[in-house]
Design a protein. Structure first.
Length: 462
């Protein structure tokens, strides 16, 4: 049944179809999307009407706003049941969404075992993989037969995405190997686990950053990776679905920051109006004050403007070309650094490449500018025109535009490519070198370059 039809039935109070599809593999994620489309009152009412086990499956897929509203409408017993039956990584994700003063209250709902585990996980660095790992896993020993291992998993292992990869540990709990479940299924039950081990495994250290873990998932094409401590003791498992969430959140933050604003804490449609204004106004004020330097720069060259007023016609052309080239360079370098194609050590390679790129692009745009001025000169030449000042000096204007474009475009590409590298060197997020920031910087310097070239070329006529 389509989600639209299912939504209509729920709004009518008919939950039969909703419960009928509860055994579908994609049920939790699909229903969570549906809940987020419902009015919050109906979402809460429907959530309370479904069985507790289904509530636990659906809850992690809901956004934090909906989770909070649902929790506000549950009894203490219901909240306790849900929190204690969540996977450890989903439980941590919920606690991270809480305001600081709310954490102690929700911790009181946990049993002693989960409370200790939650305390331990929240003690790890916020961006580490340890905050994302699932501690509900079962490991096997290499001395077991395949049949014994399968029976052990059937008895103690929960049905979850973690079950796709089985981990082998020694008597001290140290990681020895990993084995995909398919290998167990397709192997003679009488064989020892040691006989089907290949001795190769990929792991994460609990202090590894979540962003770095994404690279390992991509490199080795894994759906789950073990997490160990400094002694190689297996302490948890991180799954690819959690990494997808991390990557999506990081990409969203980078795109918002690169657009010239603070990253949002909640999705756009869930963000309040005044919160949205606050996130956007800061950078706009900074950029506005920075752009005021453009007026200061033009004031410095007021004499040139008084003598040759037509120079102001080309100001937008010059500064926009420099800003555009800078934004291009910043985008390319930030993305290359995000994909680990470049590091801070590659700065000289980037510098040389962008100087040549800027020179070439400047020559292309400068040539087009010269052609434009030449065509306009011959197409609009009128000896009796009052605008002869422009026409009489058209060749000097063409030369000014040509070299100004080369200078501003080169400066734009250098600035746009080097600012992210410098920020990265100082352990700052390169995405904060947003396109508007680079464009504003190049606007100011573009004015200086343009009028400096103009004064040098046309000084004999001023």
């Amino acid at each position: 049944m389509a989600l639209v039809d299912l939504k209509d039935k729920i709004l009518e109070g008919d939950l039969s179809e909703l419960l009928h599809h509860s055994k579908d593999e994609d049920y939790p994620a699909e229903v969570a999307k549906l809940f987020e489309e419902l009015p919050i009152e109906d979402a809460v009412k429907t959530f309370l009407a479904i069985p507790e086990k289904l509530q636990v499956k659906i809850f992690p897929f809901l956004d934090h706003v909906t989770q909070g509203r649902i929790m506000d409408n549950l009894t203490r017993v219901q909240v306790s049941y849900i929190l204690n039956n969540l996977d450890s990584n989903d439980r941590i994700a919920f606690f991270e969404s809480l305001k600081e003063w709310e954490v102690p209250d929700f911790l009181s709902y946990l049993n002693d075992k989960n409370k200790k585990a939650t305390f331990d996980l929240m003690g790890y660095p916020e961006e580490s993989v340890a905050r994302l790992m699932n501690t509900n896993f079962t490991a096997i020993r290499k001395e077991m037969t395949v049949a014994e291992a399968v029976e052990h998993l059937r008895r103690y292992h929960q049905d979850s995405e973690v079950a796709n990869m089985i981990f082998v540990v020694d008597k001290d709990g140290k990681l020895v190997d990993d084995i995909p479940v398919r290998r167990l299924v397709l192997t003679d039950p009488n064989k020892k686990i040691a006989d089907i081990m290949d001795g190769f495994y990929v792991k994460l250290n609990m202090q590894d950053k979540a962003e770095d873990a994404i690279d390992k998932f991509k490199e080795y094409d894994r759906i789950a990776l073990p997490v160990t401590n400094a002694n190689n003791v297996l302490i948890g498992v991180v799954t690819v679905d959690d990494m997808i969430d991390v990557a999506e959140e990081k990409d969203t933050q980078d795109m918002q920051q690169f657009g010239g604003m603070e990253s949002l804490d909640l999705p756009y449609v869930k963000t309040g109006f005044f919160s949205l204004i606050q996130k956007r106004s800061g950078w706009l004020i900074i950029l506005f004050l920075s752009e005021m330097l453009t007026a200061t720069a033009m004031t410095h060259f007021q004499g040139a403007l008084d003598k040759f007023a037509f120079l102001s016609i080309f100001v937008p052309l010059i500064i926009s070309s420099g800003g555009n080239s800078g934004s291009q360079a910043a985008t390319l370098i930030i993305r290359a650094m995000a994909l680990k194609e470049l590091t801070v050590r590659d700065w000289w390679y980037v510098m040389r490449r962008e100087v040549l790129s800027g020179l070439t692009l400047g020559l292309i745009l400068g040539t087009i500018g010269v052609i434009r001025i030449t065509v306009w000169h011959y197409a609009g030449w009128d000896p009796e025109s009052q605008n002869n000042v422009y026409h009489l000096h058209w060749m000097l204007v063409a030369i000014t535009i040509f070299f100004s474009l080369i200078g501003t475009v080169m400066w734009g590409t250098i600035s746009g490519s080097m600012i992210p590298v410098v920020l990265k060197a100082f352990k700052l997020d390169p995405a904060t070198s947003s396109a508007p920031f680079v464009a504003t910087l190049v606007d100011v310097t573009g004015i200086v370059i343009y009028f400096t070239v103009a004064v040098a070329v046309m000084s004999g006529y001023m």
